[in-house]
Write a protein that binds this ligand. Structure first.
Ligand SMILES: [Zn+2]
Length: 265
């Protein structure tokens, strides 16, 4: 198996995996979404809410506000359901307070954390709007959890793979230059000098087959390479994408270790 990075930035990584199997790639994908821990707001205690927004809607909004949870931030913290405290404690949770008076829009940056390493990823997520003399006062508790329990703990916004596209031409058929204009992603380029259609940026091909449908001469064939994949992981900013990937691999490896231990005993 070979892995090659295509592009990488703060919140997104795209890489190509060659010579792998669908079940393996899919296991990584599912674990990255469902079993990589991150921190999110779980309990909301609203003392006063004069705004037009219902408490339930506000609590839901707070839950989905991404919090920074890189490993430095949550290192050493316990999963909430594994901690031996009764409800929550500093070992398994971080508290935030919010106390503001209107008028104005209350943003994620107004949440004051008790832990300097854990705070909202983005400062400018609007939470609610207050009119003159309206107050909001609340306390929230963020806990570490898994995506399989609630969507707010899913660290990825995109976590998907596709098989590597394969475009071939039937040399015996007549060249159909118009297909270049049909492709919505501009992958095909007509080259009248060499009397061919050329393929550019094949990795952008979504295999929509618009070209195949427009092709009356059976000139073009769209397929995919069975064992090669293009994998994309985009996060909500709570974790860097490569950390999600590496943690997912740790979880998979732990599962394999359990089988090894089981089979040796
Ligand atoms: Zn605890």
């Amino acid at each position: 198996m070979e892995i090659e990075v295509k592009s990488k930035d703060e919140n997104e990584i795209v890489f190509i995996v060659r010579d792998a199997e669908v079940p393996f790639i899919n296991a990584i994908r599912r674990i990255a979404m469902m079993e990589v821990p991150k921190i999110a707001i779980e309990d909301v205690n609203i003392v006063q809410n004069d705004s037009a927004m219902f408490n339930e809607v506000l609590a839901h909004r707070l839950g989905l506000t991404p919090l920074i949870s890189n490993l430095d931030g949550i290192e050493g913290m316990e999963m909430a359901n594994e901690c031996d405290c009764e409800e929550y404690c500093p070992k398994c949770s971080v508290s935030f307070t919010l106390s503001k008076t209107g008028p104005g829009i209350i943003y994620s940056k107004d949440l004051v954390s008790t832990d300097s390493t854990i705070k909202p990823v983005y400062d400018t997520i609007p939470l609610l709007k207050l009119k003159e003399d309206q107050n909001i006062e609340l306390e929230v508790v963020a806990k570490i959890g898994l995506g399989k329990d609630h969507a707010k703990w899913i660290p990825t916004t995109v976590c998907a793979y596709k098989q590597y596209p394969k475009i071939t031409f039937n040399e015996d058929a007549e060249v159909n230059y118009e297909l270049a204009d049909v492709c919505p992603r501009n992958i095909l380029k007509s080259d009248k000098r060499s009397k061919k259609l050329k393929v550019q940026n094949i990795e952008d091909c979504s295999m929509c087959k618009a070209c195949v449908r427009a092709d009356e001469n059976d000139y073009i064939n769209i397929g995919f390479e069975e064992k090669n994949f293009i994998f994309r992981i985009e996060t909500d900013g709570s974790l860097p994408p490569e950390e999600v990937l590496s943690k997912a691999c740790d979880v998979l490896s732990d599962k394999a270790d359990k089988f090894i231990t089981f089979s040796k005993n």
